[in-house]
Design a protein around this ligand. Structure first.
Ligand code: NDP
Length: 454
């Protein structure tokens, strides 16, 4: 006889929760999972997946333009927003189904509804209560708006995928991942995009060269990036548009205002604090390396823990949790050298340290940098630069940071991330034969540092 209904009850059917549930069940655990919205969570339903589909959609305008340089005459082109939204929805629904079938095949019981932790071993979903030896909180995060008058008139990323109409003028507030990615999407689809960022340059935290080259590329494509300014007030204009008064007293009128000002853990009314779970400054569940909270039987993975807000990290945390708790294979998710890509236009990707971080840790540091016009832009006449950059700890010759801006940056860095993760040296890179002609060959052919560190 079991003393609990389940060995594991997972709250949240997003990337981290589904992975943890599926792998735990595979290890023989009796697993229940609840989800209040759609299986797949932020990434599949209102994040990475629909975003990337929209990035693809938005890139056609540039391809049509560039085609002329290669001898093509492209006839009249037209874009239908609703057709894209419908096509995207079909794909999301398909993936949602895949997630459901995957959980069913693994033997996980799915309950619809928002879960609330009642105590260390009990979760309430709607009218029902379930007991479990272990509870996993994987509820993710939610986009936040600025706390300014009229903020409710604006939208957040959750809304951007299903707008009834494509905005003609769009203001995006923020300068992080979501702001720059959606700026590229809407700009490519023909919307006039303004970005308002409170700092002096977008993508704070990234390597300065990445920030500079992405900023220049976005401006070149027509995105109006306003820095050191922020909306102070939003009001509905008589014609239904939104009038924005900025902190510097300038004004602007837009069809939509999109807050891309960060995400916060979705812990409201989850009952965590009452159950004794310690939360951090912004409400995130505080966990140790095993993803265990301050209550022994309650664990958390993914964005709700605010470690690294990336899908593959949530997957790694969920998998390590399952292997450790139910698979007799104790291990911890690795948060070092996490590669990431910004699907901006131009796209950027990085692994390892940014130059400002590397300089604090490694002295002397050798810096290799190459900026060039990618071959595909030559006949197209596109005056845009790509960037390849490698940071090397001089003493060990180890590559400690690698940064790319330009076509396929994410694809390139995913491959090189293995080399950086493995601690390979610049000499290893130099010994590697390039693939010609590619942009990425630059990463194995840069011989002269722009800064020797001496
Ligand atoms: P980010 O933290 O990346 O960016 C938030 C932006 O909003 C920053 O530019 C920040 O400015 C600004 N901001 C925050 N608070 C205020 C404020 N009070 N007033 C004015 N500006 C403000 O969050 P995002 O919303 O872009 O994305 C959330 C997370 O989702 C990311 O951190 C990332 O981990 C993940 N994500 C990953 C993607 C990918 O891997 N490609 C794609 C999309 C999201 P400042 O820089 O000055 O702090």
């Amino acid at each position: 006889m079991h003393s609990y209904d389940y060995d594991l009850f997972v709250i949240g059917g997003g990337s981290g929760g589904v992975r943890a549930a599926r792998i735990s069940a595979g290890h023989g655990a009796r697993v229940g999972l609840c989800e209040e919205s759609r299986l797949g969570g932020t990434c599949v339903i209102r994040g990475c997946v629909p975003k990337k589909l929209m990035v693809f959609a938005s890139q056609f305008s540039e391809a049509f333009e560039d085609a002329a340089g290669y001898g093509w005459t492209v006839g009249e082109t037209r874009f239908d927003w609703n057709a894209l939204v419908e096509a995207k929805e079909r794909e999301i629904t398909r993936l949602e189904g895949v997630y459901g079938r995957m959980l069913e095949a693994a033997g996980v019981t799915v309950h619809e509804g928002r879960g609330r932790v009642v105590d260390a071993h009990t979760v309430q979903v709607g009218e029902r209560r379930f007991t479990a030896e272990t509870i996993l909180v994987a509820v993710g995060g939610r986009p936040t708006r600025l706390d300014i008058p009229g903020a409710e008139l604006g939208i957040v990323s959750d809304d951007a995928f299903d707008l009834p109409e494509q905005p003609k003028d769009l203001l995006i507030v923020g300068g992080g991942y979501i702001a720059v990615e959606f700026a590229g999407i809407f700009n490519g689809l023909g919307t006039k995009v303004t970005v308002a960022y409170r700092g002096d340059r977008i993508l704070r935290g990234f390597d300065d060269d990445i920030r500079r080259v992405v900023d220049a590329g976005m401006r070149q494509r027509g995105v109006d990036i306003r820095t050191e300014v922020c909306p102070a007030r939003l009001e509905r204009a008589d014609d239904g548009r939104i009038e924005v008064t900025y902190t510097d007293d300038t004004t602007g009128t837009y069809d939509q205002v999109f807050f891309a000002t960060g995400r916060s853990p979705y812990v409201g009314d989850l009952g965590l604090e009452d159950a004794g779970v310690e939360l951090g400054w912004n409400g995130h569940v505080q966990v140790d390396g095993d993803s265990r909270s301050s209550v022994d039987s309650i664990f958390a993975v993914g964005d709700v823990t605010d470690r690294v807000q990336l899908t593959p990290v949530a997957l790694a945390e969920g998998h390590a949790f399952a292997d450790t708790q139910f698979g007799e294979m104790p291990r911890q998710a690795d948060h070092e050298h996490v590669p990431s890509a910004v699907f901006s236009q131009p796209p950027a990707a990085s692994v390892g340290f940014a130059e400002h971080e590397a300089r604090e840790r490694f002295d002397p540091l050798r810096v290799y940098r190459s900026e060039f016009t990618p071959m595909r832009y030559t006949l197209a006449g596109r005056q845009e630069k790509a960037l390849m950059k490698i940071l090397v700890e001089d003493a060990s010759d180890r590559v400690v940071g690698l940064h790319v801006v330009g076509p396929d940056a994410g694809e390139i860095v995913q491959g090189f991330a293995v080399a950086v993760r493995a601690g390979l040296t610049k000499a290893d890179f130099d010994r590697t034969i390039g693939i010609h002609p590619t942009s990425a060959e630059e990463l194995v052919t840069m011989r002269v540092p722009v800064d020797t560190g001496q």
